[in-house]
Write a protein that binds this ligand. Structure first.
Ligand code: NAD
Length: 303
């Protein structure tokens, strides 16, 4: 049975930069959503704005047909889903877990197996498109799991995104997301290097980025990040801390299958170095700050 707004109660765990607008888009589409997250004020605001607030995972999950999780990384997914008091302990038999966090493929495989052992369905459905994509409900959603669970989840996923693809069995969504993060990170690093090169050359940077974005060098990264990079505004967005986690996932996963990712490995080091310099809470476009430092420039200020 497809999970439409008319027949489905959703428990939503993780009202962060991504989860909050996603949960609100589900509300807008008419879904009955009960949310829990660690910051109490976010739960209260969600309840004020028409959703239902819960004070624990158990409360968010007990009446739910579907549970969506959107938390930072594998340890949080394990804590939220597998540990005592978590989703699996409280969800009804036959319920569906949609984990939309970006985590290791191995954790998704473990979650799917633990769910199956309890008569619960689970898919991994990480996303790409950033905060703007979450707000505008145009995310790209890469899914791992069984065809029938994908079909059941589709109306929910269509409320959150535009490009929704089943990539293979459990964990496959995460493998594709890891590739996504490799492409995004290398792309941002190339943009960052171009920005510093152009600026040091005395070219009108705004004009240069506009014309670059119209040709083969154009990208969603440039479209989404150009204005904030020009302003030197690195508010997240997508935190360097989270991209560091994702570069770890992709370099490990690539090594496990014998795939060489030399550019990815280099950018992973640059992301790690940014984090070590205290920039972990900034947006991943702060790779510009790293290139500025390497080029003998003050990393602060507009570009
Ligand atoms: P965030 O740090 O803004 O939010 C994470 C949320 O998880 C927080 O609100 C926190 O309360 C909640 N949480 C953590 N542990 C919890 C627990 N034990 N119980 C209940 N809630 C818990 O992170 P985000 O940027 O929203 O990212 C979430 C996931 O989406 C990450 O895996 C990230 O890699 C991925 N992602 C983020 C973006 C982006 O642009 N921000 C884009 C695509 C994918």
């Amino acid at each position: 049975m497809a999970h439409t707004a008319g027949n489905t109660k959703i428990g939503f765990i993780g009202l962060g930069i991504m989860g909050d607008p996603m949960a609100r888009n589900l509300l807008k589409a008419g879904y009955d959503v009960t949310a829990f997250t660690l910051e109490t004020e976010k739960v209260e605001q969600f309840a004020k704005d028409g959703g239902k607030g819960a004070s624990s995972i158990a409360e968010a999950v007990e009446d739910a047909d579907v549970v969506i999780t959107m938390v930072p990384a594998s340890p949080q997914v394990e804590a939220v889903v597998l540990h005592e008091g978590g989703v699996l302990e409280n969800i009804r038999e036959g319920g569906l877990i949609i984990d939309m966090s970006s985590i290791t493929p191995q954790t998704s495989i473990e979650v799917a197996a633990a769910a199956k052992a309890k008569g619960v369905r689970a898919i991994d459905a990480p996303v790409s498109g950033g905060e703007a994509g979450a707000i505008e409900a145009v995310l790209s959603i890469m899914v791992g799991g069984e065809q029938e669970d994908f079909d059941a989840a589709k109306p929910i996923l269509e409320t959150l995104g535009k490009t929704i693809v089943l990539c293979g069995p459990a964990g496959s969504g995460q493998t594709v997301k890891a590739a996504n993060q490799l492409i995004v990170a290398v792309n941002i690093e190339a943009v960052a290097e171009a920005v510093v090169f152009l600026k040091k050359s005395g070219v009108d940077l705004g004009a240069a980025l506009d014309v670059l974005n119209g040709g083969l060098a154009g990208s969603t990264v440039l479209t989404r990040k150009k204005d904030s990079i020009l302003a030197g505004d690195y508010q997240p967005g997508f935190k360097i801390d989270l991209h560091h986690k994702d570069m770890g996932i992709v370099t490990d996963a690539a090594r496990a299958v014998g795939a060489a990712v030399p550019a990815g490995a280099l950018v992973a080091q640059l992301v790690a170095s940014l984090r070590a310099q205290g920039d972990g809470g900034l947006d991943h476009s702060a790779l510009v700050r790293s290139v500025k430092r390497l080029s003998g420039e003050n990393p602060d200020g507009a570009n």
